[in-house]
Design a protein. Structure first.
Length: 60
């Protein structure tokens, strides 16, 4: 593997580095999106549970 990487031309090496950088950035954005969505859903669920408790304590 290392010998194959050493045989790459400069152009191909740069393209490989750029490709991994872009892929890593895309993965980071994807994970961030998933985490934010999960946190929002959890907050919405806990908010509706609190609303239900408040309404039931009032007697509705």
């Amino acid at each position: 593997m290392r010998a194959a990487l050493l045989k790459l031309s400069d152009k191909h090496a740069y393209l490989l580095i750029i490709g991994f950088t872009v892929a890593g950035g895309a993965a980071a954005v994807g994970w961030t999106f998933l985490v934010v969505r999960a946190v929002r859903r959890r907050r919405e669920r806990s908010a509706t549970k609190e609303d239900d408790r408040a309404l039931s304590s009032i007697g509705h």
